[in-house]
Design a protein around this ligand. Sequence first.
Ligand code: ZN
Length: 66
Amino acid sequence: MKFELNETESKKAEEFLEKHRHPEVYKGAIGGHINFIFTPTSISDACSIHCTICDAEENITDYSHW
Ligand SMILES: [Zn+2]
């Protein structure tokens, strides 16, 4: 099983990271508090991104290539 982000998904991930940098509370490496959650489905792999600081989650799956 191999998980890869395509260009659209990487862009969404970057935007999420930008929104969830939490510089006021998070002093570690960039993206260190962000979890990627890959969910294999019968069609393709769904990808979500989760911020462990504010507990926000966003589905960044690019369904256009499914
Ligand atoms: Zn956040």
